[in-house]
Design a protein around this ligand. Structure first.
Ligand code: CA
Ligand code: CA
Length: 250
């Protein structure tokens, strides 16, 4: 073996030995590091949406309510209605005929949904709303639905602040009834769209006592002496109309 080759082999074996030592050293360092630093638990990812579940129970004896319109919106914007002010055309259409489509189109919101179908007396429905987390400050909740065996009665949760609800918490309301003030409460055959009559829904004429939203005075009915009324005792409501709960799921 030449001296040159011998020197190269010697140098190569020194490099190899150093590599092995270095690798062993790294392994030892890794083992020690793992022993010293317990694995940090990985936090679950932050949700990108807030989720609300809305449940609606119809408390009445004989008033189906139309498919609900529900909204999560900015708490500072105008409400769907104000007592003492004229109803918007969208509210008039909903309160006289149970059609929520114009309100769902017109009312500005962050999230919105429509019920699939009317909710009968004693029945319930559940809807889900999702709100992007980046617009989750200052939220309010609105729900509107018609009592369909009336001329223009509706029930609502009207722009109530929900900003304080944490995940797993809920707020409930027992909702009253309102008169949209856009149709006279005649209870005549042909004027009520619900199953008590099957009459007309929306009519653009505004022939109520005053063109303003008020609390509803209740129905008179034929049982109470209004012979021309298509309504009976079962269509009355003297108590809250709905039980509404909004639950923040996440
Ligand atoms: Ca009315
Ligand atoms: Ca009208």
């Amino acid at each position: 073996m030449s001296k040159l080759l011998s020197n190269k082999l010697a140098a190569a074996s020194i490099i190899f030995a150093a590599s092995v030592l270095s690798a062993c050293s790294d392994n030892n360092n890794n083992s020690n590091a793992q022993a010293r630093d317990p694995v940090t638990p990985v936090a679950p990812p932050e949700p990108v949406t807030l989720e609300y579940e809305v449940s609606v129970s119809n408390l009445t004896a004989g008033q189906p309510v139309s498919p609900v319109a529900v909204f999560v919106h900015d708490s500072t914007q105008d409400k769907v209605f104000n007592i003492g002010s004229a109803a918007s055309p969208a509210l008039e259409i909903l309160a006289e005929g149970g059609d929520n489509s114009m309100l769902l189109t017109d009312y500005e919101s962050i999230a919105k949904a429509s019920g699939d179908s009317p909710i009968g007396p004693g029945s319930s429905a559940t809807l889900t709303l999702q709100v992007p987390v980046e617009v989750s400050a200052g939220l309010a909740f609105t729900l509107v639905t018609m009592l369909v065996n009336t001329n223009d009665a509706f029930s609502a949760v009207n722009g109530v602040d929900i900003a304080s609800i944490e995940p797993g918490q809920s707020i409930s309301w027992s909702t009253p009834s309102y008169d949209s003030g856009t149709e006279a409460n005649l209870e005549l055959a042909g004027t009520i769209p619900g199953p008590a009559d099957g009459g007309e829904g929306f009519n653009a004429v505004r022939d109520d006592v005053n063109d303003q939203v008020t609390m509803h005075g209740g129905v008179v009915t034929s049982a109470d002496g209004l012979a021309t009324s298509v309504l009976g005792e079962q269509h009355r409501w003297d108590n809250p109309v709905l039980r509404v709960t909004i639950n923040r799921v996440r």
